[in-house]
Write a new protein. Structure first.
Length: 556
């Protein structure tokens, strides 16, 4: 009996010690003694728990919430016990996105075929190896003089985009330009990667375009990406017990998508074999990016032995084409190339589609600016004229030098960044860091910057919520009202910055300018339905309505 009585007396001190430890570790230390305690909290709970910012992300209101916190508290705010958001350049993005700050597991979901690509690689050194393989064919100097880029642009603009829009204009039929632009991005990019004969033709084949878009949305369901980005371990653990917070169908769509990319890789191999056998190497008909990745990975002695079998998912349907393609053993080299190209294709599809949509929306709301742009485009030595017998596109350098076109694209990317959300990094493991006015930020603190907030600093971008292309035309008198107290280019972050900034930024800018030149030289656009044009409030910031319906009519 005495032993039973003694048990609670022993337990009480243990519970007291545990309670004190929890109080100190999770309440007193983060609130008063942590090096982060001096940094303003975005929310009263931010010092104690990550539950608040997790809830914000779950509700897809992250960018606006963090931006409001910066407006209240300044350039550095605390989002969680060990997480910060930074909204400055010096001691901000120049530090975080320089050397020594590695990516967080947030990016792991972008891995394909179980093989890391540039975007999903967390460590800087292996990323640098992957980047070096293809950085030269994405360099601005290469793209401006590339016969492949010129041939691809000429073919897709004159054979696909302009006939499609001309038909809609002639029949007075509006079009969803979000679908149009995403299709154009995929067609152009697959042509550069795999060659025109192998690449997609989504612009002319609406059924295939809709099928592909359905596969993409099924493999990366927007309403469930929160769980894959922020709670991947919990999501995987629950699935083992039959609780699928992300629909099981995702695996089926993912298989279809994986097979699609591998099939195009096989098509690129056929083109290379034909050239090796003496076929003409025609500009636009050669798999530029695929060939370079294959050549460089071969120099690295990457295994070409087809000994790897992809995991057989529970939802794969045997007998379907995708299942047959995925059942073929692959080499490490094949999967390395496919993972990289898949990631870049998805990035081009989303970011170019979103950016072009908002350029068209802003121009359609501003007919005078649209007229100014058309006049500039027609001043080119070789304008994109649909009725011309010669199917030509402007020289890439001439197109890139057009000041108003460049200003319109830059201002749209500033106001409507496609990747608007936080891009997390970890502070270096063996050193403290200074961010903003705060020194001694401890190692392994999660830190992020947001293009949404950087682009809305009123001291750099007066009237930050307005669309003013003239702010990028400093030679014009009207530009003075929109000049801030720092160089705009330092704060422009649509493509991130540092060694891990978007490798395709020059490619995206050039191809978007070609598409815009084709449309706005020949047609006038007006808005039919822009319901849901507001941007979503997460990492990728497309229109909430997933559409923009415009009408086109021939320009005078």
């Amino acid at each position: 009996m005495m032993e039973l009585v003694a048990f609670p007396s022993v337990l009480s001190p243990i519970l007291l010690i545990i309670s004190v430890f929890v109080l100190v570790r999770h309440v007193l230390y983060p609130a008063f003694f942590s090096p982060l305690a001096k940094i303003p909290n975005a929310h009263p709970l931010a010092a104690f728990t990550s539950a608040w910012i997790t809830w914000i992300r779950f509700n897809n209101i992250e960018n606006s919430t963090v931006h409001e916190a910066h407006k209240r508290h300044g350039s550095v705010v605390r989002l969680g016990p060990s997480e910060l958001s930074v909204n400055c350049v010096d001691d901000g993005i120049k530090t975080i996105y320089g050397k020594g700050f590695e990516k967080t597991p947030f990016y792991s979901v972008f891995t394909n075929y179980g093989i890391l690509n540039m975007f999903s690689t967390l460590q800087s050194h292996p990323h640098a190896i992957k980047k070096k393989r293809i950085s030269n064919i994405y360099a601005k100097s290469h793209l401006l003089s590339s016969p492949d880029i010129r041939a691809i642009s000429t073919h897709i603009i004159h054979k696909r985009i302009l006939p499609l829009i001309a038909n809609r204009a002639a029949t007075n039929t509006p079009i969803d330009v979000f679908n149009l632009y995403r299709a154009a991005a995929v067609d152009m990019t697959t042509a550069y990667f795999f060659g025109l004969p192998v690449g997609t033709n989504h612009l002319e084949n609406e059924d295939k375009r809709q099928h592909w878009q359905g596969q993409y949305l099924g493999s990366s369901p927007p309403d469930y990406m929160f769980f894959l980005h922020h709670l991947p371990q919990l999501t995987s653990w629950l699935a083992k017990f039959g609780i699928h917070v992300v629909p099981k169908d995702r695996f089926f769509f993912h298989d279809e998508f994986d097979a699609w990319c591998l099939n195009m890789c096989s098509g690129a191999e056929d083109l290379l074999s034909a050239v090796a056998s003496g076929a003409e190497k025609r500009p636009g008909y050669f798999p530029v990016v695929y060939e370079q990745l294959k050549r460089i990975t071969r120099k690295e002695n990457m295994s070409e032995d087809p000994s790897i079998r992809l995991d057989d998912s529970a939802t794969r349907q045997k007998g379907r084409e995708a299942g047959d393609i995925l059942d073929v053993p692959r080499s490490r080299q094949q999967l390395e190339i496919a993972s990289e190209l898949m990631d870049q294709l998805i990035a081009a599809h989303e970011t170019m589609g979103i950016s072009l949509l908002y350029v068209s929306w802003e121009l359609s709301r501003n007919p005078k600016m649209q007229d100014r742009l058309r006049a500039e485009l027609k001043s080119l030595p070789t304008p994109v004229t649909y009725s011309s017998a010669d199917e030509e596109v402007p020289d890439a350098r001439s197109l890139g030098d057009l000041p108003l076109l460049h200003a319109i694209v830059m201002e749209t990317l500033r106001l409507h960044p496609a990747i608007a959300g936080g891009q997390p990094r970890l502070t270096p493991p063996n050193a403290s860091t200074k961010l903003g006015d705060y020194a001694n930020i401890p190692p392994n603190t999660r830190v992020s910057a947001y293009a949404w907030s950087l682009h809305r600093n009123p001291e750099v971008f007066p009237d930050p919520d307005g669309w003013h292309p003239e702010r990028w035309l400093e030679s014009e008198p009207s530009s003075a009202a929109y000049q801030g107290n720092d160089k705009k280019e330092r704060w422009f972050w649509a493509f991130s910055s540092g060694g891990r900034m978007c490798i395709g930024s020059n490619y995206a800018m050039l191809m978007m300018k070609y598409i815009l030149a084709a449309l706005h030289t020949n047609f006038i656009s007006t808005i039919v339905d822009d319901e849901g044009i507001e941007q979503t409030d997460g990492f990728m910031a497309g229109p909430k309505g997933d559409k923009l319906i415009l009408a086109f009519q021939p320009a005078p």
